[in-house]
Design a protein around this ligand. Structure first.
Ligand code: K1U
Ligand code: ZN
Length: 159
């Protein structure tokens, strides 16, 4: 069992900050593991397909991405949740696509947002392993939405 954390709501300062990178000394620590567990539990409790640490009042560069089919994206892949530490988009397609987004920090609002269709992301595992992975479609949209949270940007600012 893990802790369910409260979600910061639109207008709160923590959602406007540039989140701090996780330091080398923080990898493989109990606190980073516990943060990831609590983030995933909170995302699942809220039926989300992603979450970023600033949404639970922790201004650190940690996100979770967990695509699954849903009424808006019935063909979305079912993914194991991926925890990304210090994620960076290192390449993106020039092709963009409009798609519906929601946000756990902006309840009851949905909107069409233009995002790169395909991205390549460099990130670190909780143990500090460097991973480079490409995403397209809905998972790529979730990654971009979550990285926006790390940079103090909400999807409503992109509409
Ligand atoms: O970061 C968050 O606030 C979570 C957010 C992730 C997200 C959803 C849709 C597009 C991009 C990013 C959510 O999980 S909102 C709730 C949700 O499950 C959902 C909303 C719209 C379409 C599909 C799912
Ligand atoms: Zn969001």
């Amino acid at each position: 069992m893990s802790i369910i954390l409260p979600i910061a709501q639109r207008g709160e300062d923590v959602l406007k900050l540039i989140a701090a990178p996780v330091a080398d000394t923080e990898f493989s620590t109990a606190w980073l593991q516990e943060l990831a567990k609590a983030l995933e539990a909170t995302m699942l409790e809220r039926n989300g397909v992603g979450i970023a640490a600033p949404q639970v009042y922790v201004s650190k560069r940690v996100i979770i991405v967990a695509s699954r089919p849903n009424p808006r994206y019935p063909d979305a892949p079912e993914m194991e949740a991926i925890t990304m530490v210090n994620p960076e988009i290192i390449a993106q397609s020039s092709q963009t696509v409009l798609g519906e987004e929601g946000c756990l920090s902006v309840p009851d609002e949905r909107g069409q947002v233009s995002r790169a269709e395909q991205i390549t992301v460099q990130f670190f595992s909780l143990k500090g392993e460097k991973i480079i992975q490409s995403f397209h479609g809905f998972p790529a949209r979730i990654v971009q939405h979550e990285i926006d949270h790390l940079n103090g940007v909400l999807f409503v600012e992109r509409i």
